[in-house]
Design a protein around this ligand. Sequence first.
Ligand code: UT7
Length: 335
Amino acid sequence: MYNSKITGLGYFVPENVVTNDDLAKVMDTNDAWIQERTGIKERRHVVKGGDTTTTMGVKAAKIAIERAGIDKDDIDFIVFATLSPDYYFPGPGVLVQRDLGIKTVGALDVRNQCSGFIYALSVADQYIKTGMYKNVLVIGSELHSHGLDMTTRGRSVSVIFGDGAGAAVLSREEDNSKGLLSTHLHSEGQHAEELSLIAPGMGKRWVTDIIEDNDHNDESFYPHMNGQFVFKNAVVRFSEVIMEGLKTNDLTPEDIDMLVPHQANLRISQFIQKKFGLGDDQVFNNIMKYGNTTAASIPIALTEAWEKGKIKEGDLVVLAAFGSGFTWGSAIIKW
Ligand code: UT7
C-alpha cells in the first residue's frame, strides 16, 4: 500500500470583485448585516460570457500540474467536484480532459457540494493507495453567480456564494508516514432539501415545466438554504469529523498545525477554532475575500495558505467540510 501526497496546488478566481455595497444596490441588504453574520466583505463573480466552471478549473489545474513538476501526460485520472457544472451532462471532468489535451484517462465527476473536494480527494487517495494510479488531478470549481436569485427574495443565499476554482495534484508517496493519513466521509440524506437546488432535475421536468408552465421564476430554480438549521448541524458535524480523523491517527487537537475548514461562514470557523483551542495562525480563512465557493473553497484556501508559507514540510494539516446533502468529511495530512 502506498500513501498519496499533494505535490501541486493552484487556484483561480475571476477578476470581477463584487462588494457587499454592490449587492445592496440590487437587493435589500447591507454591508453590516453580511459582515456580522458571515464575515464576508466581497466575493468574485464571473462576468457574463467570461469563464465557466470548466475554464476556471483548467486554469487552476495548469498551475497545480506545473507546481507538481509533472507533465499533463503524467496525469492518470481526473476527479472534478462541482455543484455548478457547465452542462447538465456530461460533467466537467471530460471537458478538462479535452481542454488540457490530456490523453484518454478516466474522468470522474463528484457531486457532493461543499464537501466535494474532500470526497474527490478521498477517491483519488484510494486509487493511489492501491497502486492503480500514480498522479491524480483533483479539481473543485464553482460558478455560482449566474444561478443565484439576485433579488431581495434570494438575499439570504445570494450574498454568501462566490465563484472560483482550486486544484491539487495527488501523487504516489512511498513513505507511509507522509501525505494523506486518512479521510473520513459522511452523509445524512434525511436533510437533503434543507440546502438544495431542486430544479433543473428530472423531478422537476425542466424543459416542459419551464416552457409549458412558464414557472422559470419559481423559487425551486434557485438554491434554497434553511440557514439556521444548516448552521447548527455544521458546527456539530465539523467538530465530530475533525475529532474522528485525529483519533484514527492517535492525534489530539494540540497536534494540529493548520486547519483549513470549508469556508461556509467565518462564525463557523471561529466556533471550531475556539472549540479546539487553536490560535489565529492555526486556522486559515479567506471567506472575507471570496465568500463561499463550495467545492472550490478548500483548494483555494489550501493553496493560499501554502503560498503564504503557512504550511511547511512535516506540518499536520487538517481539512474539514460540511454542506448540502447533508454531507461532511475530513482529511488528515502530514505535509
Ligand atoms: O456551505 C454550506 C454550509 N453552509 C452553512 O453552513 C451556512 C449556515 N448558515 C449561515 O451561515 C447563516 O444561517 C446565514 C448567514 C445564512 C444567515 O444568518 P442568520 O443569522 O441565520 O440569519 P437568519 O436567516 O435567521 O435571518 C435573520 C434576519 C431575517 O429577518 P427577520 O425575519 O429577523 O426580520 C432575514 O430576513 O436577517 C434577514 N436577512 C437579511 N438581511 C439583510 C436574511 N438575509 C439577509 C441579507 N441582508 N442578505
